[in-house]
Design a protein around this ligand. Structure first.
Ligand SMILES: *Cc1c(COP(=O)(O)O)cnc(C)c1O
Length: 360
């Protein structure tokens, strides 16, 4: 019998992405705080739009995403021609790597950066390079010092996952200014909506060829299961990515849901207020319990324990109470648990479980 072909270099080096757990054996009343999902659920407006669009599921969706791009452009004050929509921002990250990365090229990202950056880099045959951070905060000088003539992409999530730290605008500009010619700074704005008065770098990308922004509907917009993200950047980059984009990459149901969610400004405002309030409660409770955490700029808090053993013990205790958080050992933070900010009841339940763990 003939053997299957050997995959391209890099593919077998990919460590499989592990999603946040959603079940605990023997537990029925689960509080899932492991994937930074919106505790409010999907907006009603998006659910209604998806239901209406479902009646058209026998028809191919439009290929240009004009309705969704117009909605995004109106809300953010952007040129719709410079927006591209993907199956989550994951797909956009993937296209960026496919387009600009291959053997002999490098991708930089901060030490604790999102796992998808390394996965997409390897899938394209390139070399991912994790650059050390300083106290869980992105180190611009270290990133600049790590660039070589092989560097094509620098990924930076701001706010960052899983650290929840934030890089100030002037530091992002300094990074963009200092990159060599022919190197694209990709600002991953998955959590940008959780920072008040922050455009996620869209303004920077509007005026520069070497900055690209990715955004998602998976977090603040409550559509993680629909898989919609978008990117914004120079027309030349958008034109490249559109060549890689499958013509029907987004279903008509997903397009309808995302467009409705983007136009539902009340929903976004309510989610921002809820997150800010509950995040304060959670951060204060962790401090009261003597559990360290950096100020969070996102919809989760990274709790730091004395060591891996203590983190694992707390994780196990929370699970025994039906509360699932994320042990982030895969991110090089084995002594940390990432806890998504829940709604009021969820936050209360998490705080009570943490308090019980401390008392045990
Ligand atoms: C959740 C997340 C995303 C969003 O990915 P989608 O594919 O849009 O769901 C992107 N980047 C980071 C850092 C994230 O945490």
């Amino acid at each position: 019998m003939q053997a299957a072909p050997t995959p391209q270099p890099g593919i077998l080096d990919i460590a499989l992405y592990q999603g946040g757990a959603s079940t605990v054996a023997g537990q029925t009343d689960i509080l899932k705080l492991s994937s930074n999902e919106n505790p409010t659920g999907a907006p009603r407006s998006a659910q209604d739009a998806a239901r209406d669009a479902a009646g058209e599921m026998h028809l191919y969706p439009n290929t240009d995403h004009a309705g969704l791009r117009d909605a995004i452009a109106e809300v953010h004050g952007l040129d719709p021609d410079r927006i591209i929509c993907g199956v989550g921002s994951d797909e956009i990250i993937h296209w960026l790597c496919q387009a600009y990365i291959g053997p002999e090229t490098e991708v930089l990202y901060p030490e604790y950066g999102f796992l998808m950056y390394a996965i997409s880099t390897r899938a394209a045959g390139g070399t991912p390079i994790a650059v050390p951070e300083r106290e869980r905060t992105v180190d611009v000088d270290a990133l600049l010092a790590a660039t070589t003539e092989r560097t094509r992409l620098v990924f930076l999530a701001n706010p960052a996952n899983p650290t929840a730290t934030f890089l100030r605008g002037q530091d992002v500009v300094r990074l963009a200014d200092g990159l060599p010619d022919g190197c694209l700074l990709v600002l991953d704005g998955a959590y940008a909506e959780y920072v008040e008065d922050f455009d996620g770098g869209l303004g920077l990308a509007a005026g520069r060829e070497n900055v690209f922004v990715t955004r998602t509907f998976s977090k603040m917009y409550g559509l993680g299961g629909m898989r919609v993200g978008w990117g914004y950047g120079a027309q030349a980059v958008i034109d490249v990515l559109n060549r890689l984009r499958g013509p029907f990459n987004l279903s008509n149901v997903a397009l309808a849901a995302a467009e409705a969610a983007m136009r539902d400004r009340g929903f976004a405002a309510d989610c921002l207020a809820l997150n800010t309030a509950q995040r304060s409660r959670l951060s204060a409770a962790l401090a009261d319990l003597g559990i360290a955490s950096d100020p969070s700029h996102a919809n989760f808090v990274l709790a730091r324990f004395t060591d891996e053993e203590e983190a694992r013990a707390c994780d196990a205790f929370l699970k025994s109470k039906g509360v699932i958080v994320r042990h982030v050992a895969a991110y090089g933070l084995p002594h940390c648990l990432r806890m998504t900010v829940g709604d009021e009841a969820g936050t209360t339940r998490l705080i009570e479980a943490l308090t019980a763990w401390r008392a045990a």
